[in-house]
Structure formats: structure tokens, C-alpha cells
Design a protein around this ligand. Structure first.
Ligand code: MN
Length: 257
């Protein structure tokens, strides 16, 4: 009876909060870790609520994926928040080759991290939501993504798996500003594979936030993988990926079998 009473109290607390999140007073039968990404230049960490990703945001990448890059509305998908794999500056993270795929692809992308939310956010206010930026990899089981797409099924299994979002520390806007241009370069084993400029994005980060906020209420803790340029390609165990974007510190990830 005691236990039942405690659960009832917890459920009442949830109902009062109006959404399915715990409060400090709520009892839970076990702990679930809050995914976080460290913030550069201090001891704070950024709590990750949702990971949104934008698809085909560079014309040349849209063409290589078989679509027409004329300005169609941007489209979005999500990864689970615990897909983040933090990669510290100056270190190389071991990234496990995931199961089920025979064609595992990198997609180097700038990531915007939000500290404010909103619905129907106008483009000219959208960057106010951004707390900072990080370098990220939208790792993709391309064969599974394509296979499901061909069958007109959701391609979540190709994108939204464990540790599919390696990410460096978040750099505050106060320190690094916003990025509308700058080199985005990925090397694999020292050879340049992706080499483009952020000014080639079809939809800017501000436009992405505005469009996203029409479909979802954005909240503090949301992060947005803002799309990859052309020349995505495969990696295999043993490969070293090194990503750099607009002068942010290098992201170094080794694929391990
Ligand atoms: Mn992507």
C-alpha cells in the first residue's frame, strides 16, 4: 500500500505538470541518465532534449541523394537524444561500427544548440534561440536508410540508432558568434572527402529554426544537425574521421569494429 500511495503521488505530480516529465518531487523506480554535451570553456554541460536533423540542405548533396535541389521546403527527422557520443577536444573517440549495415556513411554537419524555445518563430528572431554551436557527425546506415525508403517505410533504422550522433563540445554564441559562411571539411585517414562552405546551405540555421517551429514546439535543450554537404561516403573499422567547421576545434573519431 505504501508503494501504491507513492506511485499515485508521482502520477498526480506528472498530471499537474501537464506533460510526461518528472519533477524534483516525483519518485521514479529507477534512474535514467539525462544525455548531455559539455560546453567549451567551463565545467557546465548542455542537457540534450531532442535531436532534430535537416535533410538535403546542400544542392550538390541533394543531387547525389537523387533528389531535385530546387528550394523545396526543408524536411526533418529525429535521432534519440541519447544517440549523442561526446568527443572531447584533442582526443579521438572510439566509435563502434553499428550492427546490421554494410554501408556506413559519414555526414559532417554544424549543430545548433538551443537555450530558448518557441512555436512559429519568425526567421528574424530565430537566432535568439541559439545558445551555441558544435561540430557533429550524422552517422548513417545508408543501406538500411535506402532500403526502407525504397519500400516507402520510415528510414529511422538508418539514422536513429545508438551513438549515431558523435559531437564535439558546444561553443557559446557569445564566444564564436553565428555561422553563415566558413569551410566545412571532413578527412578520412588524412584524405579530404567532404570540402564545402556553409554559405552553400539551401536553408540557413535561422530558416531551419523557423520552419521546425511550425511543426514542433521547440524547447531549451533541443539541438539541430543542420545538414551535410556533398560527397558523403563509407567508413569501415580502423578509419579515422577528422571534421572541422568554420574554425571550431577538430572533431576526431575512429571507427572501431
Ligand atoms: Mn544529415
Amino acid at each position: 500500500m505504501q508503494r501504491r500511495h507513492a506511485l499515485g503521488a508521482a502520477v498526480t505530480g506528472l498530471a499537474a505538470a501537464g506533460c510526461a516529465t518528472t519533477t524534483a518531487a516525483s519518485a521514479t523506480p529507477f534512474a535514467v541518465a539525462q544525455p548531455v554535451v559539455p560546453i567549451a570553456g567551463g565545467s557546465e554541460v548542455f542537457p540534450v532534449r531532442r535531436i532534430y536533423c535537416i535533410g538535403r540542405n546542400y544542392a550538390a548533396h541533394a543531387r547525389e541523394m537523387g533528389s531535385d535541389p530546387t528550394r523545396e521546403p526543408p524536411f526533418f527527422f529525429q535521432k534519440p537524444s541519447d544517440a549523442v557520443q561526446f568527443v572531447a577536444i584533442g582526443s579521438t573517440a572510439n566509435h563502434p561500427y553499428p550492427p546490421l549495415t554494410k554501408n556506413y556513411h559519414y555526414e559532417l554537419e554544424p549543430v545548433a544548440a538551443l537555450h530558448k524555445g518557441g512555436k512559429n518563430v519568425p526567421v528574424d528572431k530565430a537566432l535568439d534561440l541559439v545558445y551555441g554551436y558544435a561540430v557533429g557527425l550524422d552517422m548513417t546506415r545508408r543501406d538500411l536508410q535506402r532500403g526502407m525508403g525504397d519500400q516507402k517505410k520510415p528510414w529511422e533504422i538508418g539514422k536513429s540508432f545508438d551513438r549515431s550522433a558523435p559531437i564535439g563540445p558546444i561553443h557559446r554564441v557569445a564566444q564564436v558568434g553565428h555561422f553563415t559562411a566558413g569551410a566545412i571539411t571532413l578527412k578520412v585517414n588524412g584524405q579530404v572527402r567532404q570540402d564545402a562552405n556553409l554559405n552553400q546551405m539551401i536553408w540557413s540555421v535561422a530558416e531551419q529554426i523557423a520552419k521546425l517551429s511550425e511543426a514542433f514546439e521547440l524547447m531549451p535543450g533541443d539541438i539541430i544537425f543542420s545538414g551535410t554537404p556533398e560527397n558523403v561516403g563509407p567508413v569501415v573499422p580502423g578509419d579515422l574521421m577528422e571534421g572541422s567547421i568554420a574554425g571550431l576545434p577538430l572533431l576526431s573519431v575512429k571507427v572501431v569494429g
